[in-house]
Design a protein around this ligand. Structure first.
Ligand code: ZN
Length: 246
């Protein structure tokens, strides 16, 4: 299994740094997981070869470029049809609400929306993907990708709370958001600190940890250092163009 980072910027994109977007590929079957702003233009492969899309949640920094993909696949002489899109029901509703009536028909021809929530397990080509409900202000799914005995877990957006941890257990690689460095002064956190990502990964027996969703204004080297201290092992940073063999 190969994980290719298309974009990893937290919250908003910056030049050369699209928001969340990851290609997960096995045996020539690439799936786009999240489609944040800037990712479509940065795809390292022909977008027509993408076999399916998974959207973790409705926040714009994770799904805006699904519209770019929809347009690219629809408004041309030979449109694509029926590209599977797995996402929480509320994300599907928000995506559909953004396009007008006429386009609504088109979007259902091009994209085959399949709602998922925590506990669901689906076969996507060579992958068995199990979803977990993450801790975020809107429904958000984390995803556990298994193929050929290897496991990748992607957190989407989440705070440390909730029931999702076990779905990440013993992952060969955990791609974890680390949008915070300090936890919020009050209230339940809706993102992880880098140190929390490291602590959780260590407790769950995760073998490799990759940090993502770090906003452009933050010193990412500090996040990596704090995660490494908690994980007690080297931690990698998700950088566009970098790939990981899982
Ligand atoms: Zn979010």
């Amino acid at each position: 299994m190969r994980l290719q980072i298309v974009g990893s910027s937290g919250t908003y994109p910056a030049p050369g740094r699209p928001c969340a977007g990851y290609l997960i590929e096995q045996k020539g079957f690439p799936v786009l997981c999240d489609a944040g702003p800037g990712t479509f233009m940065s795809l390292p492969i022909d977008p027509d070869t993408i076999q399916a899309v998974v959207i973790s949640h409705q926040h714009v920094d994770h799904c805006a470029d699904l519209f770019a993909a929809f347009h690219a696949w629809t408004y041309r002489p030979e449109p694509r049809e029926g590209v599977p899109v797995y996402a929480p029901e509320s994300a599907i509703e928000h995506i559909l609400a953004f396009v007008d009536g006429g386009q609504g028909d088109a979007i259902h021809r091009t994209l085959d929306f399949r709602p998922v929530s925590g506990g669901d397990e689906v076969e996507i080509g060579p992958f068995t993907v199990r979803f977990a409900d993450m801790f975020h202000p809107v429904p958000c799914v984390g995803s556990r990708w298994e193929a050929d005995g290897r496991v990748l877990f992607y957190t989407g957006d989440t705070g440390p709370g909730g029931e999702w941890h076990e779905t990440a257990r013993d992952a060969d690689l955990m791609l974890a958001e680390a949008a915070f460095q300090e936890p919020p002064a009050s209230g339940d956190a809706i993102h992880l600190t880098a140190a929390e990502a490291g602590r959780i990964a260590r407790r769950l027996g995760v073998k490799r940890l990759v940090l993502t969703h770090i906003p452009p204004y933050m010193d990412a080297s500090r996040s990596v250092h704090e995660a490494e201290t908690a994980f007690d092992r080297p931690v990698a940073l998700a950088v566009p163009g970098v790939g990981f063999d899982v």
